[in-house]
Design a protein around this ligand. Structure first.
Ligand code: HEM
Length: 474
């Protein structure tokens, strides 16, 4: 039996898709069009060489839905904003995460929000939502600012820093302190944070290795990456369970997110989360919540360096509102250009640049046949650069987001949409804005070479080879 997204939408998305594709879907359902590629491997070599560019290229050539042959399997890239919205927000029950994604992530993350489905996902979501509530996030603002200032203090004047790695450390400090209440590394009690930061970096590297593979390798095979996974997961597990145990013994007081998570019960009064469930959610937040924000900050520094006139205006705005004092959450509403720069950075370089779903039954999508269980990819990176949706999509124009101008739903999806909308979106937006508002008045960051920067599609979208910048104090 076919579910048919193409017919039920009154043709709106079929039209939008056809306009972008320059072609109409066939009368009789057939698979979507796509490149022939290598006779055996299909598009696999292109995807492995440069996946972000390949996704843009095939969308340009084939339009709203493309079939990409990857060796023996096919992937379907859906670039049509309305079809994506239909799948992730309007009819999410008919899709799940692909088995490939679940298999790749669950060895590291267990059963947390990212990997859970259906009723279990809803149950966890109800318990996690209060943890990321605006008020809770606001309580972490001072931590975010304080840790940013400490990071700046660690940079010698006129030194060259690899900004991507620096931001990854900083955002991980922020998560450690905000989630676990662990003192940052240079505090007397801070050895624990250093251990945690090192362990989580190793954990994230090992997970990225799994995600980078074209095909999943069974967890029981004695490969080097499986051994690495067991090792890094073991270390992070020990740390996480110790923290949970200590916090349960001490009672669940304290303002950090771990205490909120441990005492989280649903609004319906149902049971809270077990230790294993809390562990899975903590590691999920570590993974989902630090490299993404770090990538966004790295791109923001890159874009501001490329656009000194925006950088100057932004610094003037921050100076006029803050003077010499540290930024607070309340200030963010008074810094409109800062908000626009954050949004435009997330549009041009969305850190979560690709995610997927899999239909629970055979599907007609915009008139094309997609089999049950297929791997359907969406890419905010591709949608955000669609010239039908965005004027001059490749240009950095923060004023697109000037007050009152909201992109139409589906056109701007850095945090996804629907029931799986990023649970940390408010945390991330506040974090990125507060780090920028703290750094820009204190330091100049400028690139040390002018070789073109290319985005690399790893677990997050990041500058290939990192981003080396000179730090000069102001
Ligand atoms: C700029 C930073 C971030 C970006 C661009 C981002 C993006 C996303 C996107 C696109 C999704 C939806 C994926 C899907 O529908 O399959 C997502 C989900 C998620 N994000 Fe984020 N995220 C960011 C920061 C964070 C932070 C700081 C946290 C936590 C502290 C976080 C935790 C999560 C979790 C737990 C999910 C899974 C939600 C669910 O499936 O119910 N993210 N994120």
């Amino acid at each position: 039996m076919h579910g048919d997204l193409g017919q039920r939408g009154a043709g709106v998305w079929t039209l939008a898709m056809s306009a972008a594709a320059g072609r109409r879907p066939p009368r009789r359902p057939s698979p979507p069009p796509g490149p022939r590629g290598h006779w055996l491997l299909g598009s696999l070599p292109d995807v492995q060489r440069d996946m972000p560019q390949t996704l843009l290229d095939v969308t340009h050539e084939y339009g709203g839905i493309t079939r990409l042959r990857m060796g023996p399997v096919s992937m379907y890239l859906v670039a049509d904003a309305d079809l994506i919205l239909e799948m992730i927000a309007k009819r999410p029950g008919e899709f799940r995460k692909s088995s490939r994604t679940r298999a790749s992530l669950s060895g590291h993350l267990g059963n947390g929000l990212i990997t859970l489905e259906g009723e279990e996902h809803r149950r966890h979501r109800r318990r996690m939502q209060p943890v990321m509530h605006t008020q809770r996030v606001a309580e972490q603002a001072d931590t975010m600012v304080d840790l940013t200032r400490r990071r700046i203090d660690m940079w010698p004047d006129d030194s060259v820093q690899e900004v991507r790695a620096e931001m990854a450390d900083l955002t991980l400090w922020i998560i450690c302190t905000a989630l676990f209440g662990i003192p940052p590394p240079d505090d007397k009690a801070g050895g624990e944070a250093e251990d945690m930061v090192a362990a989580v970096h190793a954990f994230a590297d090992s997970l990225n290795l799994v995600l980078r593979r074209a095909f999943p390798i069974p967890a029981w095979l004695p490969t080097r990456s499986n051994r690495l996974r067991r090792h890094t997961v073991g270390i992070v597990d020990d740390l996480a369970y110790r923290l949970i145990r200590e916090r349960r013994q001490a009672g669940t007081g304290g303002g950090d997110l771990l205490s909120v998570l441990l005492s989280a019960t649903a609004e319906d009064g149902g049971p809270g989360l077990s230790d294993v469930e809390v562990r899975d959610e903590l590691l999920t937040m570590f993974f989902a919540g630090h490299e993404t924000s770090a990538a966004a900050l790295t791109w923001a520094f890159y874009l501001l360096d490329e656009h000194p006139e925006v950088n100057d205006r932004l610094r003037a705005e921050i100076a006029s509102v803050l003077g010499d004092r540290p930024a607070t959450m309340a200030d963010l509403g008074r810094l409109p250009l800062l908000g626009q720069v954050v949004k435009e950075t997330l549009r041009l370089y969305p850190p979560a640049w690709v995610f997927d779903r899999s239909p629970r039954h055979d599907l007609l999508l915009g008139g094309y046949a997609i089999p049950k269980g297929a791997n359907i990819l969406f890419s905010p990176w591709v949608v955000h650069r669609d010239p039908v949706l965005w004027e001059a999509p490749d240009e950095f124009r923060p004023e697109r987001f000037i007050d009152g101008v909201t992109p139409r739903r589906g056109a701007y999806i850095p945090f996804g949409d629907g029931p799986r909308l990023c649970v940390g979106n408010r945390f991330a937006e506040a974090e990125i804005a507060l780090v920028l508002a703290t750094m820009l008045p204190r330091v100049d960051l400028s690139r040390v070479d002018d070789t073109p920067v290319r985005p690399e599609g790893d677990a997050t979208l990041r500058p290939k080879g990192g981003l080396r910048m000179r730090v000069s104090r102001r």
